[in-house]
Design a protein around this ligand. Structure first.
Ligand code: GCB
Ligand code: CA
Length: 886
């Protein structure tokens, strides 16, 4: 606001201030619960520092940070990201009017474990990086001087889940920290990090429903209290429906438990993802004599019922309902898990926009802001604790699992969106790999079964109103060991056509499970394929990381889930490209199976889902946002034919390039694919259709830079002919924007490889940002030939020796490198001239390291031929680039 122009506004705000001040002076104004975050102005040290617990410790040289915070942005560059201790410190000056109240400190999440000190005294600890904890800190506080809060956080603990998994275990205090002040009589705020009130719907049908409100009240005073407990139930439209009142007497120090049920609410407005009608339950506590309001809490409640049927799938409020879902990790490059609430809310909006009605909150409990959005936007939810890959026999581990499960359930109990609690993911994956002999495996399986049974029991005690689940990888051993018999429903993480096998293995697996275990309701709890928009292919295959393969994979999977009645639904893996520090592949440190990039830009495939799942709005999307830099091999002056896909829920789509019609097509599986002639440098693609009689269109400009099949003088002008040797993928560097075209065999009058066969690796390549280019090569290559006129050329050869055995990461599900160990040395001659006597890329730059070499050669013939001769091991080439200089 500009100065000078705001006098009337200033007056108004002064008036409001005065009014609110006078409100504050009413006798009851200070009495009720007050809450505020303390996220700003912390000091942080990434190291162990026991002395920092002491209030007199000098932290002036520590880093200034604000919460949410993580110390693991190193996970975007280092596999071996920091796992250890970090200390946080902050001074807290308490408002004078909090004196005499009970003060609580809540950490929404500190990963993985936190130990808290106030003014040098230990107030408690919490084990678990994804659930909240609350402490009553009243006895430690001073009102005369600032209080010093020190928190030691540790993300190295191996007795706290997760201890294994395909994601980064970010350390830090990465959610809000809250201070709450309440009078001596209040709800039970330290009940496993919940607020001590639990709402359920004992009766619910279209005709009538009731709410049961359960909770505890504490009297921390030294004298008895005479209180009035009230529940006010509000309709979604805001009108007050019912008030329940109860008088209670509490002795000094007593905790009082209550359970009250409302009178029937007739014809309740049901909660569904399409109609997320929320009732409000306001629970208040008053002093009976003074009428002073002591504590008050608000919750939403929704009326819905559901069941999972092994033959007919999922039912919501009595109607068959397909669960159309996604799994969501909670990070965002480059900030790690230190997301603000609005970032979590944005994710929910994006999922909802896409038409999803279900989220698997994987693999751990997430921010309260996310759950609030599930209720409000309408998104059914599965939430789980992170017991992944293997159950260790580490002392304390099982107890921590159980406590984390209770915390998750109690903290998120009042979200009608939640229908499923989960507690294990692919628990036999690493188990079976680590324990090879029967003797070793048996106790591990027994331990796993025992923990699952224990958690199942606790889950049902805590919450009999939801169903339990685990997510399995595609192995029948979950049935053979009896694990699949423990939970109400089973989740299958299926990757047929990615980690192995073909697409149709997916439906076969589901059909076999349904046949052999006909009583198990099933969800496809994960499925997905990696993609990298630098990679494109006209012949996509598994693990090429092309955008096209991911699309093909998902276009196969989605209809299977939609059309198979016994499949309750599916959750795509993953919503985003997420942080997995241990991963290599095309984008090291990132698992790129997202339908969105890390920054939440949608991949084109997001619109496939949107087209399939939204029928209330037109969806028409030219699926080429991920492929804006196109290339291809051009024969003479003929245009290059390239596919252009359109995702749409319209029955028919027409495509144009630079205004010229390409044709009309009926969409099948929400897809229309056109073969489009590309010739100009910046063609404009447009698509048109009709939705409910109204025209709908989409358009975008792409870049087109073809390479010639015949390298005659005129075509060599200004040309940089870059070939992704050993690959059928176009690779566009995001640093230079140069496209390396797929390789081709040499034919007379053109260019290409002679001899050898394709090979590749998933291992990260050092010293380059263009990893995928180096990860594929032609092994045993004899020569590379360009039929070019005389002149002076620059020939660039690129190498990375991948022939060394690597230990394969568990997540690759057996899809390891399986590479033989060898040292490759070869000679290179260009047009008969030796340019390398004995080149060993593994020595010159190291195994899995990029090596680029340029040679300037004079060609006096009608071709350039680069010949390789093996001296040890075999010859290989990862990429080649040719430029005519003179
Ligand atoms: C799985 C895991 C998940 C991985 C995913 C993958 O089955 O449950 O944590 O990230 O596969 O991408 O391999
Ligand atoms: Ca290559």
């Amino acid at each position: 606001m500009k100065k000078g122009k705001n006098t009337s506004l200033q007056k108004i705000s002064r008036w409001i201030m005065a009014a609110s001040l006078s409100l504050l002076s009413l006798p009851s104004a200070y009495a009720q619960r007050e809450m505020q975050t303390i996220n700003d102005s912390w000091k942080f040290l990434k190291a162990e520092c026991p002395a920092a617990a002491d209030s007199a410790f000098d932290d002036s040289r520590w880093t200034d940070i604000h919460l949410p915070h993580t110390w693991n942005t190193d996970a975007y560059t280092e596999k071996d990201y920091y796992r250890g201790t970090g200390w946080y410190r902050r001074r807290i000056t308490l408002p004078a009017h909090w004196q005499g109240k009970q003060i609580f400190l809540r950490l929404d999440a500190a990963s993985k474990a936190a130990t808290l000190y106030i003014n040098g005294q230990k107030i408690g600890e919490h084990a678990g990086g994804y659930t909240a904890c609350t402490f009553n800190i009243t006895p430690y506080l001073s009102y005369d001087s600032p209080n010093v809060l020190s928190i030691r956080v540790d993300n190295a603990r191996m007795d706290i889940p997760p201890i294994s998994g395909d994601f980064t275990f970010f350390g830090g205090i990465y959610r809000d920290v809250w201070l709450t002040a309440v009078p001596d009589q209040h709800f039970h705020l330290t009940n496993h990090g919940s607020d001590g009130i639990f709402i359920s719907t004992p009766q619910v049908s279209e005709e009538q429903a009731t709410l049961a409100i359960r909770g505890e009240i504490k009297n921390e005073a030294h004298e008895k209290a005479s209180l009035e407990l009230t529940h006010a139930i509000y309709h979604p439209d805001g009108t007050l429906l019912q008030t329940l009142k109860k008088n209670i007497q509490l002795k000094a120090g007593e905790t009082y438990a209550f359970l009250n049920e409302t009178a029937p609410i007739l014809h309740p407005k049901l909660w569904t993802p399409e109609t997320p009608c929320l009732y409000r339950v306001e629970t208040t506590l008053r002093d009976r004599k003074t009428r002073v309001l002591l504590d008050r809490s608000n919750h939403h409640a929704g009326f819905r019922w559901f069941r999972f049927d092994p033959d007919k799938g999922f039912f919501l409020n009595g109607q068959p309902y397909k669960l159309r879902g996604i799994c969501r990790h909670q990070d965002q490059k480059p900030i790690g898990v230190a997301l603000t609430d609005e970032m979590h809310r944005r994710d929910m909006e994006l999922m909802k926009e896409m038409g999803a009605n279900f989220i698997r909150i994987s693999h751990y409990p997430q921010d309260d802001a996310l759950l609030e959005m599930c209720d409000k936007l309408g998104m059914l939810a599965w939430e789980e604790i992170p017991i992944i890959d293997i159950v260790p026999d580490t002392p304390g581990y099982s107890d921590n699992c159980e406590r984390n499960l209770c915390e998750m359930i109690r903290q998120h109990y009042n979200h009608p969106s939640i229908i499923i609690w989960g507690y294990m993911n692919e628990i036999l994956l690493v188990t079976q790999r680590r324990y090879k002999t029967e003797a070793e495996l048996k106790p591990a399986i027994e331990r796993t079964l025992a923990l699952a049974q224990r958690l199942e029991r606790v889950l049902k005690e805590e919450d009999p109103t939801r169903v339990s689940t685990m997510a399995f990888h595609g192995s029948n051993s979950y049935n053979e060991t009896g694990l699949s018999q423990i939970t109400d429903i089973v989740g299958w993480n299926l990757y047929q056509g990615w980690y192995g096998g073909g697409f149709t293995g997916f439906e076969r697996f589901l059909a076999e499970q349904h046949r052999d275990y006909p009583t198990h309701p099933m969800i496809v709890s994960e499925y997905g394929a990696g993609s990298d928009k630098r990679l494109h292919s006209l012949a996509p295959r598994a693990f090429d990381f092309s955008i096209e393969y991911q699309q093909m994979y998902l276009e196969h999977y989605l209809p299977v889930m939609e059309e198979t009645p016994y499949v309750c639904g599916g959750t795509h893996w993953n919503f985003i490209d997420f942080s997995s520090a241990l991963r290599d592949e095309s984008m090291p440190r990132i698992n790129n199976k997202g339908m969105m990039y890390a920054d939440r830009t949608p991949k084109d495939v997001y619109y496939y889902y949107k087209a399939a799942w939204r029928s209330d709005i037109p969806v028409l999307h030219i699926a080429s946002r991920d492929w804006t830099h196109r290339s291809g091999v051009r024969h003479g002056d003929a245009p290059v034919m390239l596919p252009v896909k359109v995702y749409s829920n319209l029955p028919e789509v027409e495509l144009f390039i630079d205004g010229k019609p390409i044709g009309k097509q009926k969409t099948t599986n929400y897809t229309a694919c056109f073969e489009v002639p590309f010739s100009g440098k910046e063609p404009f693609l447009s698509a048109h259709g009709t939705y409910q009689g109204k025209p709908v269109s989409d358009g975008l400009k792409v870049r087109f830079s073809p390479v010639p099949a015949q390298l005659d003088a005129s075509r060599l002008e200004g040309l940089e002919l870059a070939v992704n040797v050993g690959s059928q993928c176009f690779f566009t560097s995001d640093e230079s924007l140069l496209t390396w075209v797929p390789d081709q065999p040499y034919t007379s009058g053109s260019w290409g490889y002679i001899g050898g066969k394709e090979a590749g690796t998933q291992t990260e390549i050092g010293h380059t940002a263009d990893g995928p280019l180096f990860q594929t090569l032609r092994n045993g290559i004899e020569a590379y030939r360009f039929d070019v006129p005389q002149g002076i050329y620059e020939v660039e050869l690129i190498f990375a020796d991948i022939f060394r055995q690597q230990s394969s990461a568990a997540y690759l599900l057996g899809r390891g490198n399986g590479q033989e160990n060898r040292e490759n040395t070869f000679g290179i001659r260009i047009n008969g001239q030796t340019v390398e006597d004995a080149l060993a890329p593994c020595k010159e730059s190291g195994y899995f390291q990029a090596l680029r070499k340029k040679y300037i050669v004079e060609n006096e013939t009608d071709h350039l031929e680069i010949k390789f001769q093996a001296l040890g091991g075999s010859c290989f080439l990862n990429g080649i680039k040719l430029r005519k200089v003179y």
